[in-house]
Structures are given as structure tokens and as C-alpha cells.
Design a protein around this ligand. Structure first.
Ligand SMILES: [Mn+2]
Length: 234
């Protein structure tokens, strides 16, 4: 399978062009594809808030999911996706993590640091049903995106920039104790590997935004590698 995380694509930065070029090249293989969150710099999955880049991405996923698995973990820059867009993917989850039948676990990572109380409170508020109801009906709709972005900036700058290794390891150990074999985490924009005494591994994946790397995980051989998307092949 191929895992892609933290692309933070937006119209403003223009990085969507390379991203869609990558999607086109990934059509040559049929491996499972998992988007691990924050694929967009901002995605509010409500009619007035979606832009062409979101709609183009959805169209691509709908076409691809007819012959391969397309999974999506909602990140902290993405809102209401799991409610509004679930049918456009093979699966879409807003849970803190998702575990598959083989014991692989996928987690965006923004809820790992329990000390980041401001962020967790902001998250709860921004992602709940009441907020969605209000945002849906605001007369000046899309302007809310400005305050959402400011909210994200204010709440987690201090925590986002450093990898909370103790919390990441505690999370890994708790999941490994529940028979999880391998963990893939995004969010921190920093590649990192934690391996416990039983050689079980948690991988924090490189962010696509600054590296254009994707992660290849071969279930049979357990091989894991992070490579540039142009080197993926078939
Ligand atoms: Mn994130």
C-alpha cells in the first residue's frame, strides 16, 4: 500500500499542480492508497466552502475506488469530511485512529499530545455538530475559514513544531499491547521511528508538503520505505 500525509495543498501555494500530477502517475499501479490527513491546507467539506481542488480530488478518488482501496483519515485541517464525503472513499474516518484486519494502525497524530489542552478544546469545538450547523448557515460563509486558520495557528504552534516523543512512545506501547503490529502516524512534519523491545515499529511519516515523499508498506514482506512519488512505479 501507499500512504500519503500532510500535503497541505492549496490554491495559494500552487502545490496542487504537482499533487495532481502525482495522482495521475499513481493510476499506473493498483496498490491500496491511504491519505493520512492534512492533505489540504484547509478543507471544510460543506457545499459553499469546497473549491475546485477539493472537487477534482473527490472526482479522482471516486474513479479510483472502483478498483482499489482509497482510505482517508481526517486531519486537523479537514472538517466534516467523514460525515459529508464518506461515500467518495472506500472508507473515511474521523476517529483518532483506525486499525485494519492485519494489525496495522493508521493515525493522523494531532490528538497524541494530551498536554496540548488548548488545541484539544479548540478541536472539540470546531469539529462538533453545533459548529457545523452554524458554519453551514452563516451569511458570510467562507469568511469563517480565516478565523479557523487563525484558531489553528494560535492553538498549536508551540506543540506542533516539536515531536512529543514521550507521548508518541506511550501511545505506541498502549496500541502494541492491544496486538497492533505497526503504526503509521502523520501530522508532525518530521520523519521518526520508534521501535520497541519486540521490534514493533511506529513510523512518523515524512510530510508530502516539504518532501514530496510517500510511504510504501508491503504487507507480505513487512518492508517500509519512504520514497519520492516519482519513484513509486507499478
Ligand atoms: Mn496535522
Amino acid at each position: 500500500m501507499i500512504i500519503i500525509t500532510d500535503a497541505h495543498i492549496s490554491k495559494a501555494t500552487g502545490n496542487y499542480a504537482v499533487f495532481f500530477k502525482m495522482l495521475e502517475s499513481l493510476e499506473r499501479n493498483s496498490q491500496d492508497l491511504i491519505f493520512l490527513g492534512d492533505i489540504f491546507e484547509l478543507w471544510i467539506a460543506l457545499p459553499r466552502y469546497e473549491e475546485k481542488i477539493h472537487r477534482d480530488f473527490i472526482a479522482w478518488c471516486r474513479r479510483q475506488k472502483s478498483h482499489r482501496t482509497i482510505g482517508y483519515m481526517e486531519g486537523n485541517h479537514e472538517y466534516y469530511l467523514a460525515n459529508e464525503r464518506a461515500s467518495d472513499f472506500t472508507w473515511c474516518s474521523m476517529n483518532a485512529w483506525r486499525r485494519d484486519a492485519t494489525g496495522a494502525l493508521f493515525v493522523h497524530g494531532d490528538r497524541i499530545n494530551r498536554k496540548d489542552k488548548n488545541y484539544l478544546a479548540f478541536r472539540k469545538l470546531a469539529k462538533n455538530k453545533v459548529s457545523k450547523f452554524i458554519i453551514c448557515r452563516l451569511p458570510f460563509g467562507p469568511k469563517i475559514t480565516i478565523s479557523l486558520k487563525q484558531g489553528l495557528k494560535k492553538t498549536n504552534t508551540k506543540f506542533r513544531l516539536r515531536l512529543p516523543k514521550a507521548e508518541v512512545e506511550a501511545f505506541a506501547q498502549a496500541r502494541f499491547a492491544e496486538d497492533v503490529n505497526v503504526i503509521f502516524m502523520g501530522h508532525f512534519h518530521q520523519q521518526y521511528l520508534y521501535r520497541n523491545r519486540d521490534a514493533k515499529e511506529l513510523h512518523v511519516l515524512p510530510d508530502w508538503f516539504s518532501t514530496q515523499k510517500v510511504t510504501i508498506y508491503r504487507r507480505n514482506s513487512k518492508e517500509i520505505k519512504h520514497i519520492h512519488w516519482e519513484d513509486v512505479g507499478t
